[in-house]
Design a protein around this ligand. Sequence first.
Ligand code: MG
Length: 255
Amino acid sequence: MIELLTPAQLDEMRPAGAFVGEVLSALSEAADVGVNLLDLDALAHEMIRKRGAESCYIDYHPSFGAMPFGKVLCTSVNDAVLHGLPHDYKLKDGDLASLDFAVSVDGWVCDSAISVIVGTPREEDQRLIDQAQEALDAAISVARAGNKVGDISAAIGAVGRSHGLAINTQFGGHGVGRTMHGDPHIPNDGRAGRGFTLQPGLVIAIEPWFLHSTDEIVMDGDGWTIRSADGSRGAHVEHTIAITDGDPIIMTARS
Ligand code: MG
């Protein structure tokens, strides 16, 4: 079911988005050479506690999961790109880390992700992050009432292909509201003009992710972390946005 929120409900959702942005900003500053992924998770957990927010991840237990996720943050490093389960690993110079974070504040969920490079960047990694960001910006620019979900998908796919990237459509964007995952599903590639018509009050997470040299993925032995099949690195960026009568609201914008 697709839920459309009233303007008043969209206003109620804003604090959740602002908090998600605040946490991701703090995490990107904290992510440094020698910092353990478990410390990043602990920092996010402490911010959740202080804010009185509720993690969408800690008890998350979908059918494919062997057990509840148990952490409040996804940390996907280098060849890991999605759903990275924080573990005892200290970030190294040049690591590419994608951080994905979703919480509920006052009953409203927002979901966002960033990719950061720790220490000295490899040029091709920074380029991949920029390409994912370019895809997100292109997707947001067509996220307008009257357009279709397929327009968002096509915008992401066009940017990826323009950079010679192969695009995986198994995991993509989704509706957001009272819960983390709702309809519609928003694949990261598709045909313009197809699918659900975007309407004011629709809230969606748009999340392009790209791998350097493949669109094939494999599941890590931890049952959560998704890695590239060829060991190449990945980048992932995500915002929760609301469709309006005019420009979309970027709920999870970071200051
Ligand atoms: Mg997310």
